[in-house]
Ligand binder design. Structure first.
Ligand SMILES: Cc1cc2nc3c(=O)[nH]c(=O)nc-3n(C[C@H](O)[C@H](O)[C@H](O)COP(=O)(O)OP(=O)(O)OC[C@H]3O[C@@H](n4cnc5c(N)ncnc54)[C@H](O)[C@@H]3O)c2cc1C
Length: 165
C-alpha cells in the first residue's frame, strides 16, 4: 500500500500561565498559508504544547525513531511559530518524536485486504485519526459483524482508489 512513515515532533514551551492555562486557553489548530500547527493549553503548569502538523521527514521503520533534537528543525520550526504567533511563550522545554503514517491524499485506508478478504484493515490515519476513533470503531464493527460491508459509503477509504485509470 502507498504509505509513507514520517518522523514528526512536538514540544512544550514555558508560558505565562495567566494566558495559557487550560482553564482559559483552548486546544487549537493554526492554519498559515503554507503550514498547519496545532497545540494544547498548559495543563497543570506543563507549558503550552505545539506541533507542526505538516512538518517532519520520512523515517526508516527498520530503525528506532531518532530522538528529539536529532535535527535542528525539531525545535526551530515550533520555536519560530511560537515567537511569531503565541505572545508571551517562553523557553522551549521538553520535545518528543512521533510517527505519522501518511496516504497520498491523507484520507485513511479502511477496507478488506485485497488478497485475503477475511482480513479487514484500518490504517494510514495521516496524523488525524484520533478524532475519528469512535466512528472508525463503528465501521469496523459493521464490517466484522455484517458480511464485511459497512452501511456507510467507504469509497473514499478504498485501498484501490489510487489504481483506477
Ligand atoms: C504527535 C501526534 C499528534 C497527533 N495529533 C492528533 C490530533 O490532534 N488529532 C487526531 O485526530 N489525530 C492525531 N494524531 C493521529 C492519531 O494519534 C493516530 O491517527 C491514531 O492514533 C492511529 O490509531 P491506530 O489505532 O491506527 O494506531 P495506534 O494509536 O498507534 O495504535 C496501535 C496500537 O497497536 C499496538 N501494537 C503495535 N504493534 C503491536 C503488536 N505487534 N502486537 C500488539 N500490539 C501492537 C501499539 O502499541 C498501539 O497501542 C496524532 C499523531 C501523532 C503521532
Amino acid at each position: 500500500m502507498p504509505l509513507q512513515e514520517i518522523r514528526n515532533t512536538f514540544s512544550w514551551f514555558e508560558t505565562d500561565e495567566s494566558i495559557y492555562a487550560a482553564t482559559d486557553f483552548p486546544a487549537f489548530t493554526f492554519e498559515l498559508p503554507e503550514e498547519t500547527y496545532y497545540g494544547f493549553p498548559s495543563i497543570k503548569g506543563a507549558g503550552v504544547k505545539i506541533g507542526h502538523h505538516d512538518g517532519g521527514r520520512p523515517r526508516d521503520m527498520e530503525k528506532p525513531i531518532e530522538p528529539f533534537g536529532a535535527y535542528e528543525q525539531d525545535e526551530q520550526n515550533v520555536a519560530s511559530f511560537a515567537q511569531q504567533h503565541l505572545p508571551k511563550t517562553g523557553k522551549h522545554g521538553l520535545g518528543k518524536p512521533c510517527t505519522y503514517t501518511i496516504t497520498p491524499d491523507e484520507n485513511f485506508f479502511i477496507d478488506n485486504h485485497p488478497e485475503h478478504e477475511h482480513v479487514i484493515l484500518a490504517c494510514g490515519f495521516s496524523g488525524h485519526g484520533f478524532k475519528f476513533s469512535s466512528v472508525v470503531g463503528e465501521i469496523l464493527t459493521d464490517m466484522v459483524t455484517g458480511n464485511r460491508q459497512s452501511k456507510r459509503d467507504l469509497s473514499l477509504f478504498s485501498i484501490n482508489r489510487f489504481n483506477k485509470g
